[in-house]
Design a protein around this ligand. Structure first.
Ligand SMILES: C[S@@+](CC[C@H](N)C(=O)[O-])C[C@H]1O[C@@H](n2cnc3c(N)ncnc32)[C@H](O)[C@@H]1O
Length: 463
């Protein structure tokens, strides 16, 4: 057993964090925070008793390796002697990452362990299934779609030829999934941090098939939109076990999905009349109706992009209410209609994003309206609608919300969302108060709101 102690671990993480902070981040170069690295290590390694030969094929500055080492230090200290002699390895194509990872691993386990960290292009390795465990947060880089990164013709041809998963969706993380599946023994385990949409986007079907060729998905955890600094794409933790054995194959949906779907069955939605698509439909007359500059006689008009959670920007567009010229059509509701909207929601969004409708103005149909609901407090509704839990419920109920490049919130989606009523007791007013605090950006208010909303759903589904 090595003489690893807390001081060494602290020094190793410090070296990791300093190197990661100094490294250029960007697509494919985002480093895992310590708590998440530990969570991945725990979920993946917990069933194992013998020291596994472990690889991170995209090791960056070593977060996942340190997470595994720290987890073993706590729970399987007998593994560390094997890992100190090269049983834990890391590859990265970036020499700066390799140097940083070597330093961090050497501080934790000694110089010999650091020799197992080397510069390699993991997608060029011959895929021999010689590892017991692979942990990876592979580069999330797509060469198609909204966030496409450019890729040279030769590299594209190489990746397409080598990886069927890349042909399904041209992305490095898709190719990595196939490569990782091939590197792990059939008796081994895999722990991956990936875009959550890999669970259900049809274009990732081949990557899913490859991962399930010899392993089965054991758990899938929705990590939300804040797992990695600077990344808003929802992340997931995907853990695979050997395909053999008695345990059932998990669905490619998260445990939280199942939970929220259970809630959706037990908690009623708001009445249909609570939501409406009542904004201006510009038909073929947008150029006539809207002006980016404020001129006399024009009225302010809001659009979806003016809405952020709990805050509404002033209108940046102006509306001409004059009669439409012949041949043009569109719909401008009476001014009183806009007054009825108590809360505005952004329509181009993959989750509810809501703000109080103050000051009142006209709005386009890129905005949906919440008209309030009998017995409900507007601040309460605002708090529930903006909560991370509601985002998860929405994604679970409407899986197509994950699958679209330009996701749209529909009135039908809003009308289906379960919303607890006053049966939750004092939690109701506490949520309304936390939502008021969120509107004034009081420190700690959004964390408080999330805790209260979680409790409210648990209470409502139990009652
Ligand atoms: C998302 S970062 C994760 C780093 C580290 N595992 C972590 O979790 O903090 C992905 C890493 O993959 C590396 N990488 C990208 N393409 C690679 C390739 N073809 N082979 C090996 N490493 C690669 C990048 O340099 C980057 O360090």
């Amino acid at each position: 057993m090595t003489a690893l102690d807390n001081q060494q671990l602290t020094a190793a993480w410090k070296a990791h964090d300093q190197a990661a902070a100094a490294m250029a981040t960007g697509p494919g170069q985002v480093f895992t925070p310590r708590a998440l690295a530990l969570q991945l290590a725990h979920t993946t390694l917990q069933p194992l008793q013998e020291a596994p030969q472990l690889l991170d094929p995209a090791c960056g500055c070593g977060a996942l390796l340190l997470g595994a080492i720290e987890w073993a230090f706590e729970h399987r200290p007998q593994w560390l002697a094997c890992w100190a002699q090269g049983g834990i390895a890391g590859y990265d194509s970036d020499p700066a990452c390799v140097a940083a990872c070597q330093q961090a691993v050497s501080l934790a386990l000694g110089r010999q362990a650091a020799q197992a960290i080397s510069r390699r292009d993991s997608l060029q390795l011959s895929a021999q299934p010689c590892w017991d465990v692979v942990l990876a947060n592979p580069p999330w880089v797509s060469f198609s779609g909204r966030h496409a990164v450019k890729l040279g013709r030769e590299s594209r041809a190489f990746l397409a030829e080598q990886f069927a998963a890349f042909r399904g969706w041209p992305a490095l993380h898709a190719a990595f999934c196939q490569q990782i599946a091939a590197l792990v023994q059939p008796t081994g385990r895999i722990g991956l941090l990936l875009p959550l949409q890999m669970a259900d986007l049809p274009a990732y079907a081949v990557a899913r098939q490859m991962l399930e060729a010899r392993h089965r998905l054991e758990t899938l955890t929705d990590l939300g939109e804040a797992a990695f600094a600077g990344v808003t794409e929802p992340a997931g933790m995907f853990v695979f076990a050997p395909a053999t054995g008695p345990a059932a194959r998990a669905q490619w949906s998260t445990e939280q999905d199942h939970q929220v779907l259970r809630w959706a069955g037990r908690i009623a939605p708001l009445p249909t009349s609570a939501f409406g698509d009542i904004g201006i439909h510009s038909g073929n007359a947008a150029a006539f109706m809207f002006s980016a500059t404020c001129k006399q006689g024009l009225l302010p008009v809001r659009q979806g992009r003016d809405i952020a959670a709990f805050s509404l920007a002033p209108a940046a567009l102006w509306l001409n209410t004059g009669a439409l010229p012949p041949g043009m059509y569109g719909r401008i509701p009476d001014p009183g209609v806009f007054q009825r909207a108590r809360i505005l929601l952004r329509q181009t969004a993959e989750r509810p994003i809501a703000a109080r409708h103050e000051p009142v103005a006209a709005f386009r149909n890129s905005v949906l309206a919440c008209l309030g609901a009998p017995g409900h407090d507007d601040d309460y509704l605002l708090g529930v609608l903006n909560s991370a839990l509601m985002a998860r419920i929405h994604r679970a109920l409407h899986r197509d919300a994950r699958q679209r490049s330009f996701p749209q919130l529909k009135v039908g989606h809003l009308r289906a969302l379960p919303v607890p009523g006053r049966e939750i007791g004092p939690l109701y007013d506490a949520i309304a108060a936390a939502a008021r605090d969120c509107q004034t950006a009081r420190p700690g208010s959004s964390e408080q709101l999330e805790r209260l909303v979680e409790s409210a759903y648990a209470a409502a589904s139990a009652s």
